[in-house]
Design a protein around this ligand. Structure first.
Ligand SMILES: [Mn+2]
Length: 274
């Protein structure tokens, strides 16, 4: 049974990571995943590659986020699938669904925590600021008009392993739930352990969570990750435990040579393929 949602958003946003290879990930995922209901291809704003307020390509990113916000406000979907694009591709979808499902929890499945702000970011790349913006801090263009979408107790980090010092401090200071590579390998089904069954959940899947041995086709390959099979087991456990209201798949760079079956293993675990 394929996971049912109201709308698929195809979002080839790449400016957040300043890596144009990521744009092609959106259409590649759209080929791999059969549509369910409406599928919207969202145009990405182009523009000068200038740094504003400490963020690369801020104007272009802001334009795309505004377009997404307008579409979601107009349609008001209950469940969404986002095919990115970089890690900002589903930022607006998470904000929208968090407002619609006040008890929604968020699984941030990513080698990175994306907890930087323009002040703490070493790179100025906004794709490393998404989760912090969802928690209400950072640039107003990323946070959006409605303030914090999530609170730290509602977030579980899965597979995060490459943190900047300020991100490590934030995670520890807030005591965020964090399932690391060792724990995923030991028992992928434990990923949902503290969460009540049946609660609405959003899965943000940056495919760089997998060890690059399995999936090198990403913007930021990060060693020492779990193998794709273990990640798939963790995703299946989340899917079995929760009412999935949203999924976003990000940071796929299909131009890099890779074994596509590793990716489809992840998609099958979330019931996105036939
Ligand atoms: Mn990442």
């Amino acid at each position: 049974m394929v996971w049912q949602r109201d709308v698929d958003l195809v979002v080839p946003l790449w400016q957040g990571g300043d890596d144009v290879r990521i744009a092609a990930g959106a259409s590649a995922l759209a080929h791999l995943i059969p549509p369910s209901g409406n599928r919207l291809h969202v145009a990405v704003t182009d523009g000068p590659r200038t740094t504003i307020d400490g963020i690369r390509n801020l104007d272009a990113i802001h334009g795309t986020l505004k377009r997404l916000r307008n579409r979601l406000t107009r349609r008001d979907p209950h469940r969404t699938l986002t095919l990115g694009g970089d890690c900002l591709s589903d930022l607006v979808a998470v904000q929208h669904l968090a407002a619609r499902h006040p008890d929604m929890v968020l699984y941030w499945v990513d080698a990175h925590t994306d907890l930087n702000t323009p002040t703490t970011s070493p790179s100025g790349r906004a794709h490393g600021m998404g989760l912090r913006a969802l928690l209400g801090e950072g640039h107003p263009h990323l946070i959006g008009p409605n303030g914090p979408a999530m609170s730290t107790p509602a977030v579980t980090l899965v597979g995060s392993r490459d943190l900047d010092p300020a991100e490590t401090h934030y995670v520890r200071h807030h005591g965020m739930a964090w399932v690391d590579t060792v724990e995923i390998i030991a028992d992928p089904t434990r990923v949902t352990a503290p969460r009540p069954p049946g609660t609405p959940a959003y899965v943000h899947l940056d495919v760089d969570v997998c060890d690059p041995v399995d999936l090198p086709a990403v913007a930021v390959p990060t060693p020492d990750g779990p193998r794709a099979d273990s990640v798939a087991e963790a995703l299946a456990a989340i899917h079995a435990h929760h009412d999935i209201v949203g999924i976003g798949i990000c940071e796929y760079a299909p131009v890099v040579e890779h074994d596509e079956t590793r990716l489809t293993t992840l998609l099958s675990a979330l019931d996105l393929t036939d």
